[in-house]
Each structure stands twice: as structure tokens, then as C-alpha cells.
Design a protein around this ligand. Structure first.
Ligand SMILES: Nc1ncnc2c1ncn2[C@@H]1O[C@H](COP(=O)(O)OP(=O)(O)O)[C@@H](O)[C@H]1O
Ligand SMILES: [Mg+2]
Length: 379
């Protein structure tokens, strides 16, 4: 699917000549990018500016323009975002070539990223954490991930800085696909991907193969950060990936040779570690609505063997998120929650059978009719 419009821009003007990719040889359209070029974000790979975009015959809209640093991430991010179309993934509107690099024009998510929100005074309260926003943002993160993984895309750099939020509506969108890859391409690619605190153990241990479950691990760490205000496997004094790994060992114990085989990593001799920490101890007294339910979920995400880790759909279906289904649940500002269970046919088609029960009331008449038409097997 090609959903955006592409073109090229001369460096000296603010006019971009675009051609609608949907209509082959279609007439060129002009997009004017105006505004004060206010920088609203800067990461390792690009600078994001807030601009006004004016296209002939359309109202002016605010957009976020990402100008990449010279690297190969621009082509990758443009290609991946062109393919993706989901309410929990930042939407690509246009892209254009400037000085040989792909600039991407994204929908603007004005409030910025989840990391800044969490660390802005007044948002995280010690006894309350982020309140309902913890469940709300985590659920949307995993819903977006379920869609990415069904599209064979692994994000590989999930962290709160790469999640955009709007607290007025309660919507979260996954952004920054500059490190992502297609599932079939990941073998033989360097494992040094992702930010240390969020990196799955198989990546730290240099796995020869890995899968979309690296995103599930990172998503689990993000959930712990929303609760504790810092990732669960984080220490002040941490200097290297090996320190990071030892933090994990203190909770999960050393991986067995079967765990190593499941992670596609070499069996190594590690210094002995006492399993002195537990999720139970760390999270009791933390702002979690229902501790046993939370511990059940986190146990199934932060586990060595990728195959045993939940899929994104299994996470979404977990009772930890039941509070999002209660009609009386509201955003902190009193607004209703955004639609969370309005699954598209594309999404329903990718849901494994094991989660149908959890989402049954939301799957719609169409789905129920299909179910009823299944031949009855006599036993
Ligand atoms: N569409 C957007 N709307 C609003 N802010 C954005 C948008 N995209 C990115 N940002 C801001 O810019 C920051 C850097 O963007 P990102 O795409 O992560 O760049 P990098 O690849 O360099 O890390 C984000 O953390 C976020 O604060
Ligand atoms: Mg980023």
C-alpha cells in the first residue's frame, strides 16, 4: 500500500514539488512548508521541526518534518512508514528528497514524547504513578506492535522517547522506525540495536538469530518504567551491557543452557549470581492497581525464552487491561477513553484464536457471523 505523496524539494525554497504516487504519471502538486521551523525534537538520527503545510485546495495543517542525519535510516524509515497504517503508529503524510536525503512529513503529535511527559514535574505522583495512563498507554503500545509484527516489521528501538502521546485524547502512537527491519532481513544484521535499558537479553548476548519478541521485551520494560519512573533493570552505576545483563540475572537467575539455545546465544560461563531481587519485592508498594495480575503479566513478558514470551496480542488480551473496558473509566482530565477495541478486519484477521475470547464482545457482528458459519464437527 502506498498511502503518502512523494516528491523533491529545492534546498533554497519552502516549496516541495510532489507527485501523487497513487496515480501513475498523475499531475504534480505543490506543497508549501511554512512556519518558524520550531525544533520540537532531536534524536540521534534526525531533527524534528513543527511546520505548517499548505497544499493547493486543502486547509493548512500543522505537521512534524523529520530531517535526517546522513545515514541509511531515512530510506528505511520512509519505506516502513509508507507500509504502515494504524491509529497507534505515527502517520506518514509526505516524503521528499532534499540534498539526497529523504525528509519525512509526519502527522504532528503536539504534546511530544512519553519520556518527557513522565519526567515533567506534576505528572508522575509517587503513590499514584501515572494512574490510568499506565494501562492506557501500554495497551496502545502493544496494539500498535501487534499490527507491526503482523506486517513483519520489528521496531527494534522501543523506548518512551519514541512513543508520542496526546493526553487530551489519551492516544499513544509509536514513532521512530529508523532502526526497524523486516523480519526476513534481520538475520546477519548487527545485534547492536536498541537502547541498552530496553534491549532484550538475546540481543545483549549477541544472538545469531532473533525475532519480533525483542519488541515485546522492550514494551515490558516500558511498562515497568511507567510504574517505577525508571526501567526495572536500571542501576545508577551501570556502565556497560554486561552490567545490564547482571541486573537481569539478579531477577531471572543465570540462563540455563536450554534458555541459551532458545535465545540462539552461545552458552558461556558467567560469574555466579545470587537471585537476590524479585518482581514481587520491587513492585509491592509501587503504584500498581492489582499486583498479582501485574506480576502475572510481567512474568510472561520478561522471560528468557523468546517463544515463551507473550505475543503483542496476548499482552493486549491480558486482564491487567480490564480496567480499560469499564464504562466508568475516564482519562485524568475527565474525558472518555479513546476507542481501544475498534479492531479493523485486518487486525481481527491477525488475532490468534487464543485471544478471541478476551475480545469477543468487541469483535463485531461480522466476526460473530463467521464464527457461527463454521461447520459443526460431531464428536
Ligand atoms: N510526529 C511527531 N510529532 C511531535 N513530535 C515528534 C514527532 N516525531 C518526533 N517527535 C519528537 O522528536 C523526537 C525525536 O524524533 P525521532 O523520530 O525519535 O528521531 P531520532 O530517529 O533521531 O531518534 C521524539 O522523541 C519526539 O519528541
Ligand atoms: Mg528516537
Amino acid at each position: 500500500m502506498q498511502k503518502c505523496i512523494w516528491g523533491s524539494k529545492e534546498a533554497s525554497t519552502d516549496k516541495v514539488l510532489l507527485r501523487d504516487a497513487k496515480t501513475k504519471g498523475g499531475s504534480a502538486v505543490e506543497l508549501e512548508l511554512r512556519g518558524s521551523r520550531q525544533v520540537i525534537g532531536k534524536g540521534s538520527f534526525g531533527t524534528i521541526t513543527k511546520m505548517q503545510a499548505k497544499r493547493m485546495g486543502r486547509p493548512t495543517e500543522y505537521v512534524a518534518v523529520k530531517q535526517p542525519e546522513p545515514c541509511q535510516c531515512d530510506v528505511l524509515e520512509k519505506n516502513v512508514l509508507t507500509k504502515l497504517d494504524h491509529k497507534n503508529i505515527v502517520s506518514l503524510k509526505y516524503h521528499y528528497l532534499e540534498d539526497g536525503l529523504y525528509n519525512i512529513v509526519l502527522e504532528l503529535v503536539d504534546e511530544g514524547n512519553l519520556y518527557d511527559y513522565l519526567h515533567t514535574k506534576g505528572h508522575y505522583a509517587p503513590g499514584r504513578g501515572l494512574g490510568i495512563l499506565t494501562e492506557l498507554f501500554t495497551y496502545q503500545l502493544f496494539r500498535g506492535l501487534a499490527y507491526c509484527h503482523a506486517s513483519d516489521i520489528v521496531h527494534r528501538d522501543l523506548k518512551p522517547e519514541n512513543l508520542l502521546i496526546d493526553t487530551t485524547t489519551g492516544v499513544l502512537k509509536i514513532a521512530d522506525f529508523g532502526c526497524s527491519c523486516y523480519l526476513h532481513e534481520r538475520e546477519g544484521r548487527p545485534c547492536y540495536v536498541g537502547t541498552r535499558d530496553f534491549r532484550a537479553p538475546e540481543l545483549i548476548m549477541d544472538a545469531s538469530r532473533y525475532c519480533s519478541k525483542v519488541d515485546i521485551w522492550a514494551g515490558g520494560i516500558i511498562l515497568t518504567e511507567l510504574i517505577l519512573k525508571k526501567p526495572v533493570f536500571y542501576r545508577e552505576s551501570m556502565e556497560s551491557s554486561i552490567d545490564q545483563l547482571y541486573c537481569v540475572f539478579e531477577y531471572l537467575g543465570l540462563p540455563t543452557s536450554e534458555d541459551c539455545e532458545a535465545m540462539h546465544v552461545r552458552v558461556r560461563k558467567w560469574m555466579p549470581v545470587t537471585r537476590k531481587r524479585s518482581f514481587q519485592k520491587t513492585f509491592s508498594g509501587s503504584p500498581v492497581r492489582d499486583l498479582p495480575t501485574f506480576l502475572h503479566l510481567i512474568d510472561r513478558i520478561l522471560t528468557y525464552r523468546p517463544k515463551d514470551r507473550y505475543t503483542a496480542w496476548q499482552v493486549c488480551a491480558h486482564p491487567f487491561f480490564n480496567v480499560l473496558r469499564l464504562p466508568q473509566t475516564r482519562l485524568p482530565n475527565g474525558n472518555p477513553l479513546p476507542p481501544l477495541f475498534d479492531f479493523s478486519t485486518e487486525e481481527i484477521a491477525t488475532m490468534p484464536d487464543c485471544v478471541h475470547g478476551a475480545f469477543e464482545p468487541f469483535l463485531g457482528r461480522h466476526f460473530r457471523k463467521e464464527q457461527q458459519q463454521q461447520p459443526v464437527v460431531a464428536i
